[in-house]
Design a protein around this ligand. Structure first.
Ligand SMILES: C[S@@+](CC[C@H](N)C(=O)[O-])C[C@H]1O[C@@H](n2cnc3c(N)ncnc32)[C@H](O)[C@@H]1O
Length: 278
């Protein structure tokens, strides 16, 4: 199974000109096994043949591998802890420079970027502070970005939104809710492949320099070398004093333990040490 799946990942990399070899082999094996079962094929080798002959299949499998699931305020505790960090450590810096730059990396359909925008906006309103806020929301999947730009979500993904937020930041429309223009205007959606070896941050952001980076539930799907490579880029793109949010199943590689300090016991929030303090 392993060798065929490795071949499948090489095939997808050549087919799309994008790196599929860096996804973890065990994840790829599970996804291929699922697809083999769905299609009632005898084994992965037969599936590999189909993949090469059926025009729609590469795109289908690539979507399966790049697991899209997201929701608003996924891991609510983390967002609450972030709120207190904005007040206590980020805002004093922001009030000097006048703006806040955030990056939601691997943002899926924008649920995470909107959640960040809500937390930031609520905090700034409460403190009557007015820095310019720019959130770059990036993903490799164009259709995910299109969902984000459209700003329309089904009820299911909004389960973590409270009533006050629903009232303030959304308008009911059909079977779902539309995000308020105020939130959308805080977010710039752009395509960025986190596995692209030629860029370390979204080109639209010009130089990285983020006060806040959220990269959740993406690194966990990579092989160990790719995990480190992407992590290097995230670290480089984060300003000293900036805050990094990881997913529950993700951790800071050992070589960054001195440079990224865990802010709370729980919640997976880290602060990048100021130069000279590590
Ligand atoms: C499980 S979702 C995580 C969404 C969100 N961060 C969250 O935690 O709810 C993983 C996302 O990673 C994106 N992704 C997969 N490979 C990527 C790559 N090479 N570069 C950027 N995004 C990628 C997928 O398209 C998908 O939207």
């Amino acid at each position: 199974m392993g060798e065929t799946v490795a071949e499948i990942l090489r095939f997808l990399s050549d087919y799309f000109g994008e790196d599929f070899k860096s996804y973890s082999l065990s994840l790829a094996e599970k996804r291929v096994a699922e697809r083999v079962a769905q299609l009632r094929l005898p084994d992965p080798a037969q599936y590999y043949q189909l993949l090469q002959s059926d025009q729609g299949e590469p795109a289908y499998l690539s979507r399966m591998l790049r697991i899209r699931f997201s929701s608003f305020f996924r891991d609510p505790l983390q967002f609450e802890l972030l709120r207190s960090q904005i007040t206590s450590s980020l805002l004093p810096v922001l009030s000097q420079v006048g703006f806040l730059r955030a990056w939601s990396a691997a943002c899926a359909g924008g649920e995470e970027a909107c959640s960040l925008a809500i937390i930031i906006d609520e905090t700034l309103q409460l403190l009557d502070a007015h820095p310019k806020v720019q959130i770059f929301a990036t993903d490799v999947a164009e259709d995910a970005l299109a969902e984000g730009r459209a700003g329309y979500y089904g009820r299911g993904s909004l389960a973590g939104v409270n009533l006050k937020q629903l009232d303030t930041y959304f308008t009911a429309e059909g079977n779902g809710y539309r995000v308020a223009p105020k939130l959308l205007s805080m977010i710039s959606y752009c395509r960025h492949d986190l596995l692209d070896p030629h860029t370390f941050a979204p080109p639209e952001s010009l130089f990285g320099g983020f006060d806040l980076i959220s990269c959740r539930n993406f690194l966990m799907y990579l092989d160990p070398q790719a995990y480190l490579r992407v992590f290097d880029n995230l670290f480089r793109a984060l300003n000293p004093g900036g805050v990094l949010l990881l997913g529950k199943a993700e951790s800071v590689p050992e070589r960054y333990h001195q440079h990224l300090v865990r802010i709370y016991e729980c919640g997976n929030l880290y602060r990048k040490q100021q130069a000279g303090r590590c």
